[in-house]
Structures are given as structure tokens and as C-alpha cells.
Design a binder for this molecule. Structure first.
Ligand code: BT5
Length: 261
């Protein structure tokens, strides 16, 4: 994937700015810099390799060269202002739709921000909001997708199993074409972030629906066993606890895994 191929593939999407880096710290930081300089959304930065790719709460995101998709979209904050809790779902849904349409795969979304193939993590989404006082200045949606086998970190570096698209399909995948397919879906759905259709499309793809999961709020607190019910309108997760009560969980620091693990 080179800069010219990437830019050709992203034509006619209405992006105000596109940049491709052979190697960069984090594409989310690139786009945050653009937002500070007054760039108009939507804009997109992609990298072949990230040297400081990050997940939520400062966790590391592994993006070795030649094998992954790592990119960030600067989105119009006005579209997201009232629906920020849905932003991670926008990334997850866009990746699912692209994988379904391009390859006939059946991905699922491990709430709030992971896309799974065959029960393993193939993609992570990092939604970051930048504020000035009460005003949302920028919404940045960072998406990392494991495409070829070297993109998958060694098992000992992971708390949840990972895979890549090529391992599942057993053939090679054109990263630039997949990037376009995902970007198209993000841009198509961002205007409908607040709609019932968006919530339904996200909810249909939730992993572990109706199943027992283990939820942890932090390493120190005891984990909770619960049955996963679905999504609340604000993008939080509705679960039934063993004592019969219902809880609504905001994304925050919660990690989730199937109870069998
Ligand atoms: C995420 O965080 O899953 C969000 C990842 C977002 C990455 C994109 S790439 C473009 C943009 N630029 C950035 O710097 N970030 C975004 P979280 O749910 O916190 O998961 C992080 C955890 O996933 C790590 O602690 C590892 O256990 C695991 N992990 C790291 N790299 C992985 C990979 N390539 N595939 C699967 N799991 C990985």
C-alpha cells in the first residue's frame, strides 16, 4: 500500500484531507493535530506502521508494517455531540458491514469497541473526543484492523485471543480496498448516528447476546457474572445480574469476556 494507491482508493468520499504515513506514532494524534489547526471534517490519516498505536486507557495497539490497517477519521462533532456513547459503535458497525459486504464474513461486535471474527479480536476502535469547555471540538475515530498474519500480536501479549482477516479467509486481502469500504460505511452512517436504524444495526451484531458473560470494572474489583441483554439508546450495555437486577453499563473501564473463558 503506498500513498498514491491509498489516495486513489479514497477519491470521491468528500474527504477534505488525506495523508498516508509509512510509519507514525499514532494516526489518532495526527488527526488531533489537524483538528487543532482547524481542518474541516471529514479527513483521514492512515499508516502502514504505528510505533505508538494505542487502545483505550493507554493500552498498546500493535501495528507492525506491511500487514494491518491503521487509520483515523476526523468527524464532524456536530453530528456526534448528542450521541457520543454511540461513537465506538459507529466504528464497529462500519467494519462489520465492510467485512460482510466485501468478504461474506459474519463478524460480531464485542461491546463496546472490538470486532470479532470466529470469536477472536480482528479490530479495535478508539473513539476520542476533544473538548473546549462544554463544546465538542473534534471527534476522532481510530480503527485498527488485523489483515495479514504478522499483524496479530503473540498470544502472550494479549488478554483476549486475536486473529486476522487473511487467516479466516485463507487468501490475501487488498488493504487499500478494505480501507475504502470501511471509510465509506463510517461516512454513510455518521449522519444517522442518532437514528433507531443505527442502534438496531449495531445491536444485531452484538456478540454474546442472551449469553452469560464475565464483566470486570478494574483488576482490583471482583468480576460480575451477568447475562447480556442488549444496547440502551445511549450506547451503554444492558445486562441482567445473577440477583435478578438489571444494570446499564457505560463503556468506561469495563472489560468483558464470555463466561466460558
Ligand atoms: C482497542 O483498545 O482495541 C482500540 C484500538 C484502536 C487502534 C487504532 S489504530 C488507528 C488508531 N491509532 C491509534 O493509536 N489507535 C487507533 P482496547 O480495547 O483498549 O484494546 C487494547 C488491547 O488489545 C491491548 O491491551 C492488547 O491486549 C490487545 N491488542 C493490541 N494490539 C492488538 C492487535 N493488533 N490485535 C488484537 N489485539 C490487540
Amino acid at each position: 500500500m503506498d500513498a498514491r494507491q491509498l489516495k486513489t482508493n479514497l477519491e470521491n468520499l468528500g474527504l477534505s484531507q488525506v495523508a498516508f504515513f509509512e510509519s507514525v506514532g499514532s494516526t489518532n494524534d495526527v488527526v488531533a493535530g489537524w483538528a487543532e489547526d482547524g481542518a474541516s471534517p471529514p479527513a483521514l490519516a492512515a499508516a502502514d506502521e504505528q510505533t505508538a498505536g494505542r487502545g483505550r486507557h493507554g493500552r498498546r495497539w500493535h501495528t507492525p508494517p506491511g500487514s494491518a490497517l491503521a487509520f483515523s477519521l476526523l468527524l464532524d462533532p456536530r453530528l456526534a455531540e448528542r450521541h457520543l456513547g454511540r461513537a465506538p459503535g459507529l466504528g464497529g458497525l462500519a467494519v462489520c458491514l465492510a467485512l460482510e459486504r466485501e468478504f461474506g464474513l459474519a463478524p460480531a461486535i464485542k461491546w463496546p469497541n472490538d470486532v470479532l471474527l470466529e470469536g477472536k479480536k480482528v479490530c479495535g476502535v478508539l473513539a476520542e473526543a476533544h473538548w473546549s469547555g462544554e463544546r465538542l471540538l473534534a471527534l476522532i475515530l481510530g480503527i485498527g484492523i488485523n489483515v495479514a498474519p504478522p499483524s496479530v500480536p503473540p498470544a502472550e501479549a494479549l488478554s483476549f485471543p486475536a486473529t486476522c482477516i487473511e487467516a479466516v479467509l485463507n487468501r490475501s486481502v487488498d488493504r487499500a480496498a478494505l480501507l475504502r469500504a470501511v471509510a465509506e460505511q463510517v461516512l454513510a452512517w455518521q449522519d444517522r448516528l442518532g437514528s433507531a436504524n443505527f442502534l438496531a444495526a449495531w445491536g444485531q451484531r452484538l456478540a454474546y447476546q442472551g449469553q452469560r458473560v464475565t464483566l470486570a470494572t478494574s483488576d482490583a474489583a471482583p468480576s460480575l457474572s451477568a447475562e447480556l441483554q442488549g444496547l440502551a439508546p445511549d450506547g451503554s450495555l444492558i445486562v441482567h445480574l445473577e440477583d435478578g437486577s438489571t444494570r446499564q453499563l457505560a463503556a468506561g473501564e469495563i472489560t468483558m469476556r464470555p463466561a466460558a473463558n
